[in-house]
Design a binder for this molecule. Structure first.
Ligand code: NAD
Length: 455
């Protein structure tokens, strides 16, 4: 009899669902099922595999609102955001559904015959995902993994397993054979660790904290597993005095308070050219105060609660009584893991609020002197995931974008992720790329075949 797990709704602190928690035995059984399903899935013809992935996207599309509602309640995210995220999950399947029919081998002239390369699936792939964008991040991994011919074991975070479980049902309804997609809901320390060490798992695709990512990379070494890691961030939003300050200030709250700051791409450091700091703060204050924090199921809500009481305590530790709060938004009273949008200024460059990934709605505004100083501060971090540059000087924008050590930069915008462009981190923000044309390579290995022509 497996242990049961209570899934809590962050906006009400009430139990939303109770699900069975997987231990080592259930994890091993999921891997065994994925292994048994592998040869069947690999041998489905490319057009049929494409058709099945499209059919899965269609089933998700039919259930778009249902999935969005589950995600909004389970993760405490505004319903409008949840709809957008599920839309992206569906779009990810539509994008990678084309992949099985794309040619990707090469022929290479060699002595005595012909050599060709083909890409082979890796085998059973473990997908370990966090609680902040539960189904969306799972689909960034599921779609290319399945398109490349692998079978998978998906381990959602224990706080947010509900969309993954519903997704697995939709996959069966869509005709994906039993055993191709397996979901295990269990703690990282047992279930996740077992997946990382399991000899029949060929690869781990992980999204989560840098700390856990480090242990996964170490654990995977025992069996030389392939690993892709999408980890934390402390991204800089670099605002030059010659930028459209009104637009930069109006956009800055969304860049850090979206998903209540629980976003690996959150621009949690706003670097502002010194001469523009006062004007920028003047413009930022009304934008921050206008962030509507409240019931995720209300159409007008912009920001929901944090994921858990523990996480709220961790976020709050970055705003002690002595913190220089420039201004703060508001939160509802009553149950729910609320924390107000908070702007800190001034903040010392070595203050934990300026260094650590807080993963909550707290942003540090830091002045810089010139282009070189902006780059110095932006790069003074172990992370390198994303960032923004705001200026009307195109050449400067490109220089700074090239100079920032991060995987995803945006000029005069704060966007980070698109289904059809690569996404991933420099430095301790990760290894490998998801989405876009590069993702498939991370779910297949190159094989060289030599065919002797008898010369
Ligand atoms: P986490 O690292 O605590 O957990 C992520 C997943 O790993 C969960 O499913 C967890 O159960 C599992 N896990 C925990 N310990 C494990 C272990 N020893 N072995 C195997 N699996 C284990 O992260 P979280 O708190 O769920 O998510 C927040 C973090 O995720 C933040 O640091 C954030 O920046 C990062 N994140 C990164 C991206 C990106 O694409 N770069 C996207 C979203 C979130």
């Amino acid at each position: 009899m497996s242990a049961m797990l209570n899934v809590v709704e962050p906006a009400t602190e009430q139990i939303l669902a109770t699900v069975a928690s997987a231990g080592i035995e259930e994890t091993d059984s999921a891997v065994a099922k994925a292994k048994a399903a592998l040869s069947g899935w690999k041998s489905i013809s490319p057009p049929d595999r494409s058709r099945l992935l499209r059919s899965l996207a269609d089933r998700m599309s039919d259930s778009h609102e249902e999935l969005a509602l589950i995600e909004a309640r389970n993760a405490g995210k505004p319903i409008a955001s949840a709809r957008g995220e599920i839309g992206m999950a569906i779009a990810t399947f539509r994008y990678f559904a084309n992949a099985p029919e794309q040619p990707f081998g090469r022929t290479i002239p060699v002595a005595g015959g012909m050599a060709m390369t083909v890409r082979e699936p890796l085998g059973v792939v473990a997908l370990i995902v966090p609680w902040n964008f539960p189904l969306t991040i799972a689909c960034w991994k599921l779609a290319p993994a399945l398109a490349a011919g692998n079978t998978v074991v998906l381990k959602p975070a224990v706080l947010t397993p509900l969309t993954a479980l519903r997704f697995a049902e939709l996959a069966l309804e869509a005709g994906i054979p039993e055993g191709v997609i397996n979901v295990v809901v269990g703690p990282g320390s047992t279930c996740g660790k077992r997946l990382v060490e399991h000899p029949d798992v060929a690869k781990v695709a992980f999204t989560g904290s840098t700390e856990v990512g480090r242990s996964i990379q170490a654990g995977a070494a025992g069996t030389i597993k392939r690993v892709t890691l999408e980890l934390g961030g402390k991204s800089a939003n670099v605002i030059f005095a010659d930028s459209d300050l009104e637009l930069a200030a109006a956009s800055a709250p969304g860049a850090v308070f979206d998903n209540a700051g629980q976003d690996c791409c959150a621009r949690s450091r706003i670097l502002v050219e010194r001469g523009a700091v006062d004007r920028f703060l003047e413009l930022l204050e009304p934008a921050v105060k206008a962030v509507v924090v409240g019931d995720p199921l209300k159409e007008t809500t912009v920001m929901g609660p944090l994921i858990s009481a523990n996480h709220r305590a961790s976020v709050a530790s970055y705003v002690p009584a002595s913190a220089s709060i420039a201004f703060q938004g508001s939160t509802p009273n009553g149950p729910g893991f609320w924390f107000p949008p908070t702007v800190l200024c001034p903040v010392a460059e070595n203050d934990p609020a300026a260094v650590d990934e807080i993963f909550g709605p707290v942003v540090a505004v830091i002045p810089f002197e010139d282009e070189a100083d902006a780059l110095r501060i932006a790069n003074d971090t172990v992370y390198g995931l994303s960032g923004s540059i705001w200026t009307r000087d195109g050449a400067k924008a490109l220089r700074v974008a090239r100079g920032i050590e991060a995987g995803n930069l945006s000029i005069n915008s704060n966007s980070s992720v698109r289904v059809n462009t690569p996404f991933g981190g420099f430095k301790q923000s990760g290894v490998g790329r998801e989405l876009g044309p590069d993702a498939l390579e991370a779910y297949s290995d190159v094989k060289t075949i030599f065919y002797s022509t008898g010369e």
